[in-house]
Design a protein around this ligand. Structure first.
Ligand SMILES: [Cu+2]
Length: 164
């Protein structure tokens, strides 16, 4: 029985840090998703990882959220096929790495995206440690350490002690 308990603890110890690191990003923080806010500045210092979520908060039907591609983002025009999110509390899981673009599709009396800057571009990074061109060893090592490496080592050491 003791071994089952240990295995459970070890699994929790390894899995929990990964779960705890997933971040819910409230777009615009207290301001939410609206016009006249600098979303580029808001996103600038944030790190968006696969597994995180974006939450767009606004009072419907004043705004909406449309996921667009780079060109649509630049022109503030969404494809006719894009379904806008309209709940006012739109949660978007960041499932894949890469650039993501979102705009508000409302156009009256002014165009929220083109005229009033209601647009957000982010870069989602994979959770795996990415080597940096400058100092690959240092960054790879610190990436592993910060993603729960000590926990795994501690679990292995503990397991070895029990088995002896
Ligand atoms: Cu809007």
């Amino acid at each position: 029985m003791a071994s089952y308990r240990f295995v459970t603890l070890a699994i929790v110890a390894i899995v929990f840090p990964a779960v705890a690191m997933a971040t819910e990003h409230i777009v615009g923080d207290e301001t939410g998703w609206t016009t006249g806010f600098d979303y580029a500045a808001w996103a600038k210092d944030k790190v968006f990882r696969v597994g995180d979520t974006l939450v767009f908060r606004y009072t419907p039907p004043n705004h909406n959220v449309i996921k667009v591609n780079a060109n649509e983002f630049k022109d503030c025009v969404a494809s006719k096929l894009s379904e806008p999110l309209i709940s006012g509390n739109d949660t978007i899981p960041l499932a894949t790495p890469g650039k993501k673009w979102y705009i508000c599709g409302k156009v009256g009396p002014k165009r929220h995206c083109a005229d009033l800057g209601q647009k957000l571009a982010i870069n989602v990074i994979s959770d795996a440690p990415a080597p940096s061109p400058s100092t690959p060893e240092d960054n790879a090592a610190s990436g592993i350490i910060s993603t729960g490496f000590p926990v795994i080592v501690a679990a292995l050491v503990f397991m070895a002690m029990i088995m002896v």
